[in-house]
Design a protein around this ligand. Structure first.
Ligand code: NAD
Ligand code: UDP
Length: 313
């Protein structure tokens, strides 16, 4: 297959590209490097079937040659980053999605959208099945991401219904692992880096809010399986292992043996209280479920961050 993958310099994009290249496919990666890392591109640059195009996909994109898939992963994803890039985040999910859907039509390619559990907002149903419509503040600070992704999902299904385009939509729940950006402010990387540096672990609010954490290899396996089935509606992928944020901080301290104290900082506005995927659909449709428990995944991630931080010092 020849695959166009946007957001290739990012955490998930680089893992997915690596998996596709390993399977022998050709990957044309696109990124504007707004939140991505050049070291991810260096990693991919070793593969002979990888090419990189630096471009902002919020603008129309022309790509030479045939394409079997357009995989749209470009978007800031860490809350501090998307809050700093509000208009860019809306545009890459709105205009970017539109241009990539048009490109898919022109090329006769299938289209794959990386959506998010954030479409459920601050959920009133727990755990969250795909049939839940969510509880999103449409004008709060996070709306640029939540509503951007909700629009992207609606547009993707509109192209499917209006043009018969073959589409997939994945709602990704908090995913972590090697090659996360140590500085992008997401909770797993932040706690690990803080613990390894002996700095205080910053828990927002009282830490009673919950998230469910999926190891990246499990997620990538789910994405690949979703590419193989003909199902246009959203599918949740995530690990139902749910943690209070304070307990995650304690676990990171235990696994690192770090003496870092825990400090409490204000809870960001509209921070969801609870989140856990209902993955019944993924189990049934894809025969998929996560294999890597959080403790094990954190150990593997820690090993990676130790190397990165050693390399930087
Ligand atoms: P990331 O920030 O590491 O990667 C995103 C990549 O997109 C970056 O390399 C960035 O430079 C690129 N990008 C952003 N805007 C662009 C633009 N206009 N043009 C070209 N490139 C652009 O984030 P990630 O964690 O790898 O997330 C990838 C996708 O998965 C995103 O769409 C995100 O919303 C979705 N997602 C991720 C998670 C998660 O836990 N990691 C959860 C839910 C959804
Ligand atoms: N969080 C925290 N300390 C940090 C970073 C995040 O307590 O240094 C909290 C954040 O408020 C949220 C949870 O951890 O409740 C997950 O945050 P993240 O930014 O990783 O992703 P989100 O699920 O909010 O998009």
């Amino acid at each position: 297959m020849r695959v166009l993958l946007t957001g290739v310099a990012g955490f998930l994009g680089s893992h997915l590209a690596e998996r596709l290249l390993r399977e022998g496919h050709e990957v044309v990666g696109v990124d504007n490097l707004s939140t991505g890392q050049t070291r991810n591109l260096k990693r991919l640059g070793r593969h002979p079937h990888f090419t990189f195009l630096r471009a902002d996909v919020s603008k129309p994109l022309e790509v030479a040659g045939p394409l079997d898939w357009v995989l749209h992963f470009a978007s800031p994803a860490s809350p501090p980053r998307y809050l700093r890039l509000p208009i860019e985040t809306l545009l890459v999910n709105a205009e970017g999605t539109r241009h990539l859907l048009d490109l898919s039509l022109r090329k006769g390619a299938r289209f794959f959208l990386a959506s998010t559990s954030e479409v459920y907002g601050d959920p009133l149903v727990h755990p969250q099945p795909e049939s839940y419509w969510g509880n999103v503040n449409p004008v709060g600070p996070r709306s640029i991401y939540d509503e951007g992704k909700r629009y992207a999902e609606a547009l993707t299904l509109a192209y499917h219904r209006a043009h018969g385009l073959s589409v997939r939509i994945v709602r990704i729940f908090n995913t972590y692992g090697p090659f996360m950006d140590p500085e992008d402010g997401r909770v797993v990387s932040s706690f690990i880096v803080q613990a390894l540096r002996g700095e205080p672990l910053t828990v927002y609010g009282d830490g009673s809010q919950t998230r469910s954490f999926c190891y990246v290899d499990d997620l990538i396996e789910g994405l690949r399986r979703l590419m193989e089935v003909d199902y246009p509606y959203p599918v949740n992928l995530g690990n139902p292992e749910e943690y209070r944020v304070l307990d995650l901080a304690l676990l990171v301290k235990e696994l690192t043996g770090s003496p870092s104290p825990i400090v409490f900082r204000p809870l960001p506005e509209d921070d969801p209280r609870q989140r856990r995927p209902d993955i019944s659909l993924a189990r049934e449709l894809l025969g998929w479920e996560p294999k890597v428990a959080v403790r094990e995944g954190l150990r593997r991630t820690l090993d990676h961050f130790r190397e990165v931080l050693d390399g930087a010092s």
